[in-house]
Write a protein that binds this ligand. Structure first.
Ligand code: GAL
Length: 669
């Protein structure tokens, strides 16, 4: 279904969140004219409009929304109609104080922002279904409706009595009985053995270190609870008109208690919001990672490559580290196309028009407080035109033959208290490996453990702490099928319940890697351990004993001089690397590039100069080579084809302006 049902004609989606409830009808008409001028074809409407749609319980005021949808339809703009359940109105909170969320330390949060609900509270669920149902009944057949956008960024957490009751039910389903739960959570430690389900609660603020199994299951439970809040709305909407695709926008971040891979099967189109926190080249690295994650989830959900959608991004300023920073001229188009290069079905902004008041009054928008006669609006119009030029021909699959595994549960578990070092972070390790390969010009798939690895020549496991038996099998099958493997420190150390796999680290992969780790030696934040060959190790070091592998690099210092830091184990034609520290960025890039080279992987555009990102999408013999010049200098890139944005032929060499973008139509063999 997904984008085909949205357009059916190969057009890319372009638009963003629009909040007509904040403006009088005169502004609506002006907005629709401006949207048309900018090439907008899809807007999200109603995402925080609950109090304007249901001002008192059960009384709906849809007249303004009728007018808005008709106006958009008349202007040829389609609608991602949101259910407004991320922001219950004041009457709801007053009426149902038991549905307000409770933090781990027992504080009940009050109305005043958004997301003030507990997703396990029956009253919230009933009210959310009520407004979703009413919207479905009224708009499911509206000709402007292209997509249902359920809720906004599911990601809240709660510790109230409703939550605890639901948690116990979830645990009963997962573990069956208390014997299994006690075993999974290793409750013989510190006298935590449970003898009655009533003793099991949410992990509240406690005296000292909490139980890791308890913490991990609570996160999993929340992911499933939020998912059920989504699926019950989805099912109502689907029943009203099965032809309309349904999604919800994912928000990325370690605080989010959502395993997006598990959700991917439940949405018709994976949609992500992305706001890079870095200001420089780091923003491009983050963009590439977010897009590769989204593509991985989209494929996971459908069992084959599938489009996904950048549902929110900032047209200009982003709030980072206490201040807003500007997206430099030209960056909007480059950013947007960076997502399209990696599989996005379009580019959507948060938000269309800047609000005159409210909490996010200074958030960037396409139509700013200064109006539409602005650089930002002109750039948005240019981007709309560029997306228009890319429409109509097969976009192709993103070509990648390296995969990095990302696992939400491993990210949660590494953050538990009581680890050998503070600040251990699976997401940061995935990011570092991805960044290193990005700088080496190698396109990467980011995949959930267990995903099919067809075409993957090198699988990278960066601090993939948890390994179920199924994950171990998955890795084993990849290597025994001839695939190369690179595993870093702390991968496979624990099972899916966060219990340590015994016999020497990394318990899950020792035999594949031909090593046995006896001891960890975490490094201080500012510590750098020299390595043979010139690099340094950071964060972590280990006593690695060889058990079949050969040493590649050794430590020089830290009491480990001449002991292996990086090893390689031959298994048939494949190689299984073990990296027992986090190399500095340069060393990491060289090491991963070498592992990729030995696995037979080549960059998408081998001659591209540093700072020029290249991603190829392929459909049989037809290629689309996306080239993004992130430098402030002109760059010359070896390429041949037909440049789609300018319509000019390119024969052997393309000169790109500073900050420029090119999309080459190539004939491949
Ligand atoms: C998103 C959210 C939007 C808006 C935006 C600000 O995460 O969905 O509603 O708050 O952040 O950057």
């Amino acid at each position: 279904m997904a984008t085909k049902a949205l357009w059916g004609d190969g057009r890319l989606c372009y638009g963003g969140d629009w909040n007509p409830e904040q403006w009088p009808p005169r502004v609506w008409r002006e907005d629709v004219d401006l949207m048309r001028a900018a090439g907008v074809n899809l807007v999200t409407v109603g995402v925080f409009a609950w109090s304007r749609l249901e001002p008192t319980p059960g009384r709906y005021t849809f007249d303004w929304l009728d007018e808005v949808l008709d106006l958009l339809h008349g202007g040829g703009i389609r609608v991602a109609l949101a259910t407004p359940t991320a922001s219950p109105p004041p009457w709801f909170s007053l009426r149902h104080p038991d549905a307000l969320p409770v933090t781990a330390d027992g504080t009940r949060l009050q109305h005043g922002s958004r997301d003030t609900y507990c997703a396990a509270a029956p009253a919230y669920r009933t009210a959310a279904r009520g407004i979703a149902d009413a919207l479905a009944a009224r708009y499911a057949d509206h000709p402007a409706l292209a997509l249902w956008h359920v809720h906004n960024e599911y990601g809240t957490i709660c510790h109230c009595p409703h939550t605890e009751a639901a948690f116990r039910r979830w645990l009963t389903d997962r573990h069956g009985d208390l014997t299994a739960l006690n075993d999974a959570w290793a409750t013989s430690f510190w006298s935590q053995h449970y003898t009655d389900w009533a003793q099991v609660g949410a992990p509240r603020a406690t005296q000292y270190l909490a139980n890791p199994g308890h913490l991990l299951d609570f996160r999993r439970f929340w992911s499933d609870t939020l998912l059920s809040a989504y699926t019950e709305q989805r099912d109502l909407l689907r029943a009203a008109n099965p032809a309309i695709p349904i999604t919800t926008n994912y928000v990325l971040g370690d605080w989010v208690p959502v395993d997006h891979a598990r959700w991917a099967r439940e949405v018709d189109l994976v949609a992500v919001d992305h706001y890079p926190s870095a200001t420089d080249l780091g923003a491009e690295e983050q963009t590439a990672l977010a897009a590769d994650l989204a593509r991985g989830w989209a494929r996971h959900g459908r069992g084959r490559p599938a489009p996904w959608l950048l549902m929110e991004s900032a047209p200009n300023q982003i709030h980072t580290a206490g201040r807003m920073h500007t997206k430099e001229p030209g960056r909007m188009t480059r950013h947007g196309l960076a997502h399209v290069a990696r599989g996005s079905a379009g580019v959507m902004f948060f938000q269309w028009r800047a609000p005159a008041g409210g909490a996010e009054r200074f958030h960037s928008a396409v139509v700013t407080h200064a109006g539409a006669d602005t650089r930002v609006f002109r750039e948005a119009t240019d981007l709309g035109a560029a997306l228009g030029r890319l429409a109509g021909t097969a976009p192709g699959r993103v070509e990648a033959s390296v995969a990095i595994a990302y696992d939400a549960a491993s990210a949660w578990a590494l953050r538990h208290p009581g680890m050998p070092r503070a600040g251990l972070d699976h997401t940061a390790e995935v990011t570092a490996a991805h960044r290193a390969l990005w700088h080496a010009g190698i396109t990467v798939d980011v995949v959930p453990p267990g995903d099919p690895l067809d075409g993957c020549r090198l699988l990278v496991l960066p601090a993939l702490y948890l390994a179920s038996d199924a994950t171990v099998d998955w890795v084993r099958r990849h290597v025994h099928g001839g695939g190369h493997l690179l595993v870093t420190w702390l991968s496979g150390v624990a099972d899916e319940h966060a219990r340590i796999r015994l016999g020497g680290y990394p318990g899950a992969y020792r035999d594949l890697l031909g090593v046995r780790v006896e001891e960890f030696h975490p490094l201080a934040d500012d510590e750098r351990l020299p390595l043979t060959g010139g690099g340094t190790g950071t964060i972590w070091s280990e006593t690695v004993r060889l058990a079949g592998a050969e040493p590649v690099t050794a430590y020089l210092g830290g009491g480990l001089t001449d002991q292996p830091a990086v090893t390689r184990h031959r298994i048939g034609d494949a190689r299984a690397w073990y990296v027992s520290t986090r190399p500095d960025d340069d060393t990491w890039r060289r090491l991963l590039a070498e592992a990729a080279r030995l696995a037979g992987v080549t960059p998408a555009c081998p001659g591209a100069p540093p700072g020029v990102e290249a991603v190829r999408r392929r459909d049989g013999e037809h290629g689309r080579l996306y080239l993004l010049n992130h430098t402030d200098q002109p760059q010359r890139v070896p390429a041949t084809g037909w440049e789609l944005l300018t319509g000019a032929p390119v024969d052997g060499l393309l000169t790109m302006p500073p900050g420029g973008v090119a999309v080459l139509c190539e004939q491949l063999h």
